[in-house]
Design a protein around this ligand. Structure first.
Ligand code: ZN
Length: 85
């Protein structure tokens, strides 16, 4: 089984906590990633688009540029492109 349901729930919860406690958001996201790796669970797509892959900041800007969605980090400037489809 690739996606562990319990792990996914924990990942969602950690992201909730990260959004509630911005001072510790990096830690929560790190932990969520660790759970994902340990349990071989992917971080849900919708969550992946809410933080910077490089510095794990939640302060990102979403720019829609058909056919892409660009996630730009306001902290380190890192950009990640996602397909809108
Ligand atoms: Zn960043």
């Amino acid at each position: 089984m690739k996606n562990n349901k319990l792990a996914t729930e924990r990942i969602y919860r950690l992201f909730e906590l990260a959004n509630e406690n911005k001072d510790y958001s990096k830690r929560y996201i790190q932990l969520a990633k660790k759970i994902g790796e340990k349990t071989n669970t992917k971080i849900p797509k919708e969550l992946k688009k809410t933080f910077c892959k490089k510095c794990l900041s939640l302060e990102i800007k979403k720019i829609e540029k058909n056919p892409f969605l660009i996630i730009k980090c306001e902290k380190c400037g890192f950009e990640k492109k996602y397909s809108l489809n």
